[in-house]
Ligand binder design. Structure first.
Ligand code: GTP
Length: 354
């Protein structure tokens, strides 16, 4: 599988009609430059005609002005620079905003400190005067003292309301950061963790090495190519989403499921014993095999959809590669023995029952 290099998913908010209009406009642009309509080139054409990606639009306009062709290589470069990296820049902007907020808050606090020290000096001076004055002038001095105290109170309440506003902004920025973090680690199609997150989690699994109680399951849809070929890619996507839902439905809290590759998913289990891990795999396999899915477009039933599952238990001295290798071998064995079954790395077999 190609390395998962997308840190953030580009966001589109167009209505279906708008998107259809951009499609109509983007295709002539691609054909003018003799570009094949693949996802990367289409994303470039789409963003160009939608007009809301200014740097990309300017880069393409510059090319057109100098009559240079928009080549597939340039499209890949622009895609990375103006679409993918733009998402990463959004992330940086959030960091910058936070920094501004903190420095604005600090200068508010400094302003109030200056006001407080000015007030303290004034009050001290008035206190000294009080000792020397006649009773008649005392009222006047007290007025000054009262005014200064009011100034101080006003500065305090201004600081408080500014800090409240800052606090709200920080909350909002934190929520945005959380959303971005989630998007960076989530597979957009299935909602499971993506490969990047899986790679981190499996490293943790090994670091916390719980031999005998940690397991890796690799789950691969059977004959998925046929489903795509017969019912179309969108129905294939629906099957992937449904499979992820079945996995989530059976997965106890705190256990990890990820989309490992195209039609392959992975589960990491902590604190399990082998029989329980096998039982879980079997439940997932059986639920999917018993489900009756329908086509996405006309609700016509699809034939039985099944999964093969390979399970490996963490062993002493395992590396990530050796653990994956054993789960992969078990998966291969499940496919070899006829699919729709669970095989583990000790050869325990749960036979297909549906
Ligand atoms: N719809 C859809 N299909 C995908 C996606 N990712 C990978 N695929 C398809 O998954 C299929 C995998 O096919 P193969 O690796 O030949 O395996 P298979 O047909 O499932 O056969 P076995 O694994 O041997 O049972 C290919 O047709 C891919 O195009 C995706 O995100 N959506």
């Amino acid at each position: 599988m190609a390395e998962d290099r997308i840190s953030f998913i580009p966001r589109y908010h167009e209505t279906p009609d708008q998107a259809a209009e951009y499609l109509r406009l983007a295709l002539p642009l691609l054909s003018k430059h003799r570009l094949p309509v693949n996802p990367v080139n289409y994303a470039i054409g789409y963003d160009y005609v939608a007009g809301n990606n200014r740097p990309l639009r300017e880069a393409i306009d510059r090319l057109q002005q100098t009559r240079q062709p928009l080549t597939p290589e340039l499209c890949i470069r622009f895609y990375k620079e103006y679409i993918l990296d733009e998402a990463a820049r959004r992330f940086e902007k959030v960091g910058d905003s936070l920094q501004h907020l903190v420095s604005d808050t600090l200068s508010e606090v400094e302003k109030t400190e200056t006001q407080a020290s000015h007030s303290a000096t004034t009050l001290e001076r008035q206190a000294a005067l009080l000792q020397q004055q006649e009773p008649a002038q005392i009222a006047e001095i007290l007025q000054t003292v009262i005014q200064e105290t009011r100034n101080l109170a006003a500065a305090g309440s201004e600081l408080r309301s500014n800090l409240q506003a800052t606090n709200q902004e920080i909350h909002q920025l934190r929520a945005e950061l959380e959303m971005m973090k989630e998007a960076a680690f989530t597979d957009a199609l299935t909602g499971l963790l993506n490969r990047r997150a899986f790679d981190m989690k499996i490293q943790q699994l090994l670091a916390d090495a719980q031999v005998g109680t940690s397991f890796l399951l690799l789950l691969d849809l059977d004959h998925f190519k046929k489903i795509n070929d017969r019912y179309g890619h969108l129905t294939g996507d629906k099957v992937l989403r449904f499979t992820a839902q079945v996995i989530r439905q059976h997965l106890p809290p705190d256990q990890i499921a990820a989309r490992y590759g195209g039609e392959e998913m992975a589960i990491l289990l902590y604190g399990f014993d082998r029989m329980r891990a096998l039982h879980l795999a079997e439940q997932i396999r059986e639920t999917l095999a018993k489900s009756r899915l329908k086509r996405r477009d006309n609700e016509e039933p699809i034939g039985q959809v099944t999964l093969s599952i390979g399970l490996a238990g963490l062993e002493e001295n395992d590396t990530i590669d050796s653990l994956i290798e054993r789960a992969d071998q078990a998966l291969y064995e499940a496919k070899r023995q006829g699919r729709n079954r669970v095989i583990d790395d000790r050869g325990l077999l749960r036979h297909k029952s549906t």
